[in-house]
Design a protein around this ligand. Sequence first.
Ligand code: AMP
Ligand code: FE
Ligand code: FE
Ligand code: ZN
Length: 286
Amino acid sequence: MGGMPRPSIDLHTHSSVSDGTETPTQLVRAAIAEGLDTIAITDHDSTAGWDEAVAAAAGSDLQIIRGIELSTRFEWRSVHVLGYLFDPHDAELVAETGRIRDDRLTRAERMVNRLAEDYDVSWDDVLAQSGGVSIGRPHIADALVARGIVTTRSEAFESILHFRGGYYLPHAAPTVLDGVRMIAAAGGAPVIAHPATRGREAVIDERMLEALIDAGLVGLEVRHRENTGLGRQTLEEWARRFDLVVTGSSDYHGDGKPNRLAENTTEPAALERLIARTRGVEPVRA
Ligand code: AMP
Ligand code: FE
Ligand code: FE
Ligand code: ZN
């Protein structure tokens, strides 16, 4: 009966470097405790958690895939691009992620200034909630929770921080085409994160998909709790037709979101195909 359990591979997790609630060390310990085979650490617009995650996994059986979730845009929509195993010193990517993080900071402060006109919340409250590397609405949400204005992050996102909630401001981000191109040029494998959320069948259209494939796109994150059912069918069909790698991941944020580690996973063969498309840094298994 049974045989070897299938390795559990989760290619999308966040630490406190961005908007996860656990440090890279705590994130790695949680993955080890759950018996995962592989996690990718994919903080928003930052690689600052890589070294700590690798160090925390030393001596365990957990494999670490070093990654990022890059903020980009297509037309007026936000598109997240996961990038795996790229060179973290690539000059263009270093400059672009720095620019995004700088603008995240001023954008968050401008949002808080607007919020402070109606709510008892300050910029210092928000800074107190952030690890200081890649700041975003989740940290504003945490400040609102700390002030007792809302009870959870999710409640804040559904009301005050919603993009139609009256306080939302966008932040700077490259186009999705530039984002994919930059990750590929840095030796990484770009994968579109949760491409079918918020009731949409897909965040990009087929024309853009073909342009992204020409620019080096490797895969689509098909199995993600926020993808719509109809969207998944479209994404599966695109993956077959264009021979793209299909991934599945949790998008774990610690206590910051209900998503649990390994609630969606990626097939070992898919991970192998993905790794074969990279030449930046190696997967790390101690
Ligand atoms: P931002 O990039 O600053 O506009 O904030 C968007 C981020 O907030 C996303 O990357 C999500 O990880 C996070 N987020 C979105 N919705 C929620 C939610 N309902 N609860 C917690 N975090 C959320
Ligand atoms: Fe996030
Ligand atoms: Fe995302
Ligand atoms: Zn994410």
